[in-house]
Design a protein around this ligand. Structure first.
Ligand SMILES: [Zn+2]
Length: 234
């Protein structure tokens, strides 16, 4: 049986790599200096490089189910997402953090469905989106709103990381909430002043996630209330 994957990596080495070798050599000599931490869902249909027109060295990537951010609770454990956030902010000193959810997200849909009981880690992980779920019958509209609410929830949690909070307060870091609509190929960016997600085609910025006292529309009021304590610098 032919190993298609082996053929692909050979093709990369023989045909693609020569065209970008110089770029990679420079990134080795000068080190990586990505300015964006991109936290995206693991969904295979979300392709951060395509979306943002970026390439090698441009994005420091975290991907997980749902594009979730665990709360900063001071415990030191095997928290991969938290570790990568700390590294991106403290070492790489990124100037932007993008949290990117998307349409048709299985992680969000799972909030309304029964999950395989064997997936114990997944069940626990999904709790990071629980507060975004609506007490309604599941529908495409409810899912869309939940996907968007989940993004805002993660932005709020990011502010609970002391290094994120201090960099944002110092004006060195901005937070961007995105909801990518796969079928339209369009990112909707979260606008703090209106509390709404606005299509990039008509937005005046690429997102300005919550990091201060801000007016939220009723959609986000309960999220705001739930996470207010974490917004207070300790
Ligand atoms: Zn997803």
């Amino acid at each position: 049986m032919p190993d298609e994957l082996l053929e692909r990596i050979r093709r990369f080495h023989d045909h693609t790599f020569p065209g970008v070798q110089e770029q990679f050599q420079m990134l080795i000599e000068q080190g990586q200096h990505p300015s964006i931490l991109f936290i995206g869902c693991s969904d295979s249909r979300l392709v951060p490089y395509l979306l943002t027109g970026t390439g090698p060295g441009d994005l420091f990537l975290i991907r997980n189910v749902g594009a979730f951010v665990p709360p900063y609770d001071g415990s030191a454990g095997y928290h991969g997402t938290s570790a990568a956030i700390e590294f991106a902010v403290l070492n790489l000193q990124v100037s932007r953090i993008v949290v990117c959810g998307h349409s048709h997200c299985g992680g969000i849909r799972a909030l309304y469905e029964e999950v395989n009981p064997l997936a114990k880690n997944l069940i626990a992980w999904l709790e990071l989106g629980r507060e975004a779920a609506l007490p309604v019958q599941v529908s495409s509209e409810a899912l869309r709103r939940t996907e968007q609410r989940a993004v805002v929830l993660q932005l709020e949690r990011l502010m609970g990381y002391p290094m994120v909070h201090s960099q944002v307060a110092a004006g060195q870091l901005t937070l961007h909430g995105w909801h990518y609509v796969i079928e339209d190929g369009e990112v909707h960016v979260f606008d703090v002043s209106s509390g709404q997600f606005i299509p990039a085609s008509v937005a005046s910025h690429s997102g300005n996630g919550p990091y201060a006292e801000h007016p939220f529309d009723p959609l986000f009021n309960e999220i705001d209330a739930a996470y207010k304590p974490r917004l207070t610098p300790s």
